[in-house]
Design a protein around this ligand. Sequence first.
Ligand SMILES: [Zn+2]
Length: 504
Amino acid sequence: MEYETVIGLEIHAELKTKTKMFCKCLNNAEETVPNKNICPVCLAHPGTLPVINKKAVELVLKVGLALGSTIPEFSKFDRKNYFYPDLPKGYQISQYDQPLCQGGSLSLYLSDDLEESTKEITLTRIHLEEDTGKLIHPADGKSTLIDFNRAGVPLMELVTEPVLHNGKEARLFCQGLQLLLKTLAVSEAEMEKGQMRCEVNISLAPKSKVKSQKLGTKVEIKNLNSFKAVEEAIDYEIQRQRELLEKGEKVVQETRGWDEARGKTYSQRIKEEAQDYRYFPEPDLPPLTNISKTFDLEKLKAELPELPWEKKRRIIKQFTGQATIGLTTTLERKPINIFLEHPEYLQFYEDTINELKNEKIELKKAQVLARNYFLTDIIGFMEKEKIKWEDSKLIPLYFAKIISYLVQDKISSRVAKDILLEIIRTGKDPEKLIKEQNLETISDIGLIKSIIEEVIKNNPKAVQDYRNGKETALQFLVGQAMARLKGAANPQELGKLIREKITG
Ligand SMILES: [Zn+2]
């Protein structure tokens, strides 16, 4: 039987504010001393009152504006009541029926080398709440410790509609959202550090039933702390549920965890009916009113930086001269896709181009060279040598210098490749390297000519072969001369001189 998978995501992101959501304690995710950034408010001592952190509201509004959400004029905070030791108040201040942002969408870019397509993922809402403390379970197994540094840290929750269909789409969504949050400087959004957390709701139903609006039993997967985990856990879960249904068994409505090492989800707790959190409006906080004026939404929107998808369009245009990627050839698409899938590469490339603007050289030519050397030499080399991007010591300024030398024919492509690899490893300044090792292209024509004469004298067979029409013999001779010149010559120029000498 054919099944339709329906997936919705709930993503939490810790906001990058100076202070916590409702008090003046520092919001510092890097703090290693437990219970350092705490006060009577975030510890919920009796008689204390919360105060809204305006910056946190602003950050969520920015995300909503970027994603095209509707921002209502009125919003409020609510108490979500439940008991857990990491929640000092016995309730969490969250938002229930009137969140800061409603709707909106994020477009996924589903690409491979051959075709491009996009998929619009619609959002239900984005709201603002506070984070909980952290429970620490020491190895002795006899006690549990609580660190409240994180209690009261502003937390954004984004909920998608159940419109995703597989692990890859969910991963791409998380990656796309992370890139946006980083671009907007709203959150560090590192999943491995728990700054961005993803929960998945997943259900399978026979295709015929979907049409009658009857969805399958919903299973929730929690604690997915990497993009890889999101994708693998979902794909595993789809398979698990399909096998159960095919055997005629029932899928239990429950919360499952992800065992990374075993590559399996496991049952954590059976969910009975939806939990009753007894939501009610937070009596200690005023509602947010007149939001468009209070937060000057027009200004906020005008001040948004270039968004990832805008950047994508600009890059496609810059690389191909075309407005959309659909009009480009496969050959043109491949490098674009590599840059678009790795924002860190794109940043590096763009920083390099900015450095090159300071040089008095032909920029168009430099751009093309930079792109080619980046993709084939830098990335190719790092993949081959298994060097991680963050471990490369090459900075955009140095890469720009190398490209500039190439454009000016100061170094040969052989030299450029060699020093690039050395700088990736050592971080040395190319200017120094070239001077120290005498790598500048030899422009001393007398020296070049004497070396050519020697090479011709020492390789009579190759010379004869070339005279007999064997083109590769010329390449051999160029190689010989190049070796004597330690690569510091222009190969085309060398070939031309040798040909002239032989054919006289
Ligand atoms: Zn506090």
